[in-house]
Design a protein around this ligand. Structure first.
Ligand code: NAP
Length: 249
């Protein structure tokens, strides 16, 4: 770990940053000058590799394992971040899972897992952030453009993300007086494992043709939006859901 910790350096936690959109966000926010807590649940090797890359570029970063679905692990994530980097200024609630299934075939376990990670995971970090984040901070939650499409198979995933949008709108108001903004990004299809896994090339092609910009999103398309919301230019944007999807919906 880079031990030259500047007292002026702001600190960002990015949940689910071992790969995909989260890894791109970690890279981007590091370039913006944040010290980064790279959270992951099980992909330690990927998280460590990302941290090594960031450190080699001269950024400050640390990998911290925590399953966001468990409140005690989220408390430990904030403890470890504060200890290694300092108090948190930016929280990006990127960790999430997508397993599509017709509602009628969805098991209790899949319903519980989806809500536990996508919704309770966001709740857990928001509650901790309310107690421990620096005033003047930024919170970016993750919804999905899937919510606007109502495609078969997405009922439980969409329910988990609709709840995230609800948390976003209310929490933004509950933080009155702290100068902390709370927004959500709702990406369209982005070329990551979460989206690509289990789809045929024909299905991927069909999704890529849906937006008028006629391509899949790339992780950096979303990282740039998070960078905006986490940065000074978005100071007056609060309680909003920003759909970043090439015009899909
Ligand atoms: P991804 O490539 O599957 O990456 C998911 C990340 O979340 C991984 O780093 C994973 O790490 C971590 N994670 C999973 N469960 C976790 C848990 N319980 N606690 C902590 N970390 C956990 O997914 P992605 O496509 O980048 O998606 C990122 C976010 O964007 C998600 O919220 C997703 O719903 C949203 N989104 C994605 C798309 C898309 O098309 N890709 C579209 C709309 C919205 P481990 O392997 O260590 O668990």
């Amino acid at each position: 770990m880079n031990t030259t910790q500047s007292t002026a350096q702001k600190v960002a936690i990015v949940t689910g940053a071992s790969r995909g959109i989260g890894a791109a966000i970690a890279q981007r926010l590091a370039e913006d000058g944040f010290a980064i807590a790279v959270n992951y649940a099980s992909s330690a090797a990927e998280a460590d590799a990302l941290v090594a890359t960031l450190q080699a570029q001269g950024h400050q970063a640390v990998a911290i394992q925590a399953n966001v679905a468990h409140s005690a692990e989220v408390r430990a994530l904030f403890d470890a971040t504060e200890q290694a980097l300092g108090k948190v200024d930016v929280l990006v609630n990127n960790a999430g899972i997508l397993k599509t299934m017709p509602l009628a075939d969805t098991s209790d376990e899949l319903f519980d897992q989806t809500l536990a990670i996508n919704t309770r995971g966001t709740f857990n970090t928001l509650r901790e952030a309310a107690r421990r984040m620096n005033d003047g901070g930024r919170i970016v939650n993750f919804s999905s453009t899937a919510l606007a499409l109502n495609l078969p198979g997405y009922a439980v995933y969409n329910a988990s993300k609709a709840a995230v949008e609800a948390l976003t709108h209310v929490f933004a108001k509950e933080l009155r007086g702290r100068n902390i903004t709370v927004n959500a990004v709702a990406p369209g299809p982005v070329a990551t494992e979460l989206f690509l896994n289990g789809k045929t090339p024909e299905q991927i092609q069909a999704f890529s043709k849906m937006p008028p910009l006629e391509r899949l999103g790339q992780p950096d398309d979303i990282a740039r939006v998070v960078s905006f919301l986490a940065g000074p230019q978005a100071a007056w944007v609060n309680g909003q859901v920003l759909r970043a999807n090439g015009g899909l919906a």
